[in-house]
Ligand binder design. Structure first.
Ligand code: FHN
Length: 428
């Protein structure tokens, strides 16, 4: 008897659920208008007006090795780059279109350079591929041509021309899975209304994918628009349900489970400011402490965090993003043991922070300064000793190692979450 789909998914995602923390990179022509990746659609920019950006695109400071070092220093273990976003511009040397980076002034295969650089730094690599395509003549444009994505009743899909788009889409995915070495993740985006599942010829596409790179981990958006959709949430997931759910700009209140209450792999994708693609005036950056707490929250609920950067038209990750990632990395460097390979603890969430657990080691992430002892409710009688994870120093637990912990003074003044380790009884 062969493995069930869920057994195969569990095997495929083992590394993914250990790595926990990845970089999302939204980059393309839209970095020039610098008003986010939907600018073509939201501002109804015509083909000819958008062509100006194609003719101009020349990211002279694109240095994917620097990007990879930034991601690695932040404690990220994998990265996903947009190979094609909704505007249809290909950052790779596709034989199926002229609308690609190798035909711009840069002449570069941006995807290939990204993959080489991130692999060299030891990170796993993935590519984002938009199912939607505002540029391709056979993608069903309805309403007016500047407005191809709006989901409205006027939508009329001509099966013959749409079939030509699907041949193109399948062909490009085959190119990416054939010509660019081993990929670890394929991140499809997104299904909507009737545009899902077999409308994309998803079974045929999955047969291609599994024949070329059987190990590759997929998100759930071949039959869903985002984190809550698709048969991945059922006890009988389809062949194209994907390997992880993809909640977007939200961390699910209690993790993600299927309809039988079993935890399923999930990854929250989150922007550092309010834009996926570069937004030059968007200075709404989140603080490093917030990112750290959100990373801990994801892991404490058996999930991953895919944190986005939007490089500018010159090819640089915005300095604000780099600074935040540097600060996050300082914390992860000292506390990463409480993230990598960790997951949910059976203990209820304590009022002062969150628990993560790895095997029989418990990590207490104390998010707020404590006045007086930290209440170890739920751990009464189980803690014999505690250590501050970042420096290994001892923390005093009330005797007889009962329900309160008296951290030393230094501990009381921390600004960011500190992590304690409790060897649980079977580690005595
Ligand atoms: O429309 C896209 C959006 O531009 C961005 O790529 C996000 C990232 O997950 N996905 C879609 C919105 O759900």
């Amino acid at each position: 008897m062969g493995q069930t789909y869920i057994e195969q998914r569990t095997e495929r995602t083992e590394w993914f659920l250990k790595d926990r923390f990845g970089m999302f990179i939204h980059w393309g022509l839209y970095a020039i208008p610098a008003r986010g990746e939907w600018v073509r659609n939201s501002e109804r920019i015509s083909n000819e007006d958008y062509q100006v950006y194609f003719d101009e695109f020349n990211p002279v400071r694109y240095d994917p090795k620097a990007w990879a070092k930034t991601a690695k220093a932040a404690g990220m273990k994998y990265a996903v780059l947009t190979a094609k976003h909704h505007d249809g511009f290909c950052l790779f040397d596709s034989k199926l279109t002229d609308y690609k980076s190798t035909n711009t002034k840069s002449g570069r295969d941006l995807v290939r350079e990204f993959l080489d650089a991130f692999r060299e730094e030891g990170l796993k690599v993935g590519l984002y591929y938009s199912l939607i395509d505002w540029h391709h003549p056979d993608y069903p444009a309805y309403g007016d041509e500047h407005h191809p994505m709006r989901d409205n009743e006027a939508y009329k899909r001509d099966p013959s021309t749409f079939g030509r788009y699907l041949d193109y889409m399948h062909g490009q995915i085959r190119e990416l899975l054939t010509d660019y070495g081993k990929l670890d993740i394929m991140w499809f985006d997104f299904s909507y209304g009737e545009m899902k599942g077999e409308t994309w010829r998803a079974t045929e596409l999955m047969e291609t994918i599994r024949s070329l790179q059987p190990h590759i981990v997929l998100d759930n958006r071949l039959d869903a628009s985002g984190g809550n959709g698709g048969s991945i949430h059922t006890s009988n997931p389809s062949f194209y349900s994907g390997d992880f759910a993809s909640p977007e700009q939200i961390i699910p209140p209690s993790g993600v489970t299927d309809n039988e209450g079993r935890s399923i792999p999930w990854e929250a994708c989150v922007t550092l400011n309010n834009n996926w693609g570069y937004g030059s005036t968007d200075k709404t950056y989140k603080k490093a402490g917030t990112i750290i707490r959100k990373l801990v929250e994801c892991v404490s609920k058996n999930g991953n965090l895919l944190l986005n950067v939007g490089p500018d038209a010159k090819g640089e990750i915005p300095l604000e993003s780099v600074r935040i990632l540097e600060e996050v990395g300082e914390w992860v460097l000292r506390n990463g043991d409480s993230i990598y390979g960790c997951g949910q603890s059976e203990l209820p969430k304590p009022e002062w922070g969150r628990y993560t657990r790895k095997g029989n080691k418990l990590y207490a992430h104390i998010f707020e300064e404590s006045i007086g002892p930290v209440n170890l409710a739920g751990l009464a009688g189980r803690v014999k000793q505690a250590r501050l994870l970042s420096d290994g120093s001892e923390l005093f637990v009330s005797r007889p190692w009962n329900t309160e912990m008296y951290p030393n003074d230094a501990f009381f003044n921390f600004a960011r979450p500190e992590v304690l380790t409790y060897p649980l009884p079977d580690e005595r």
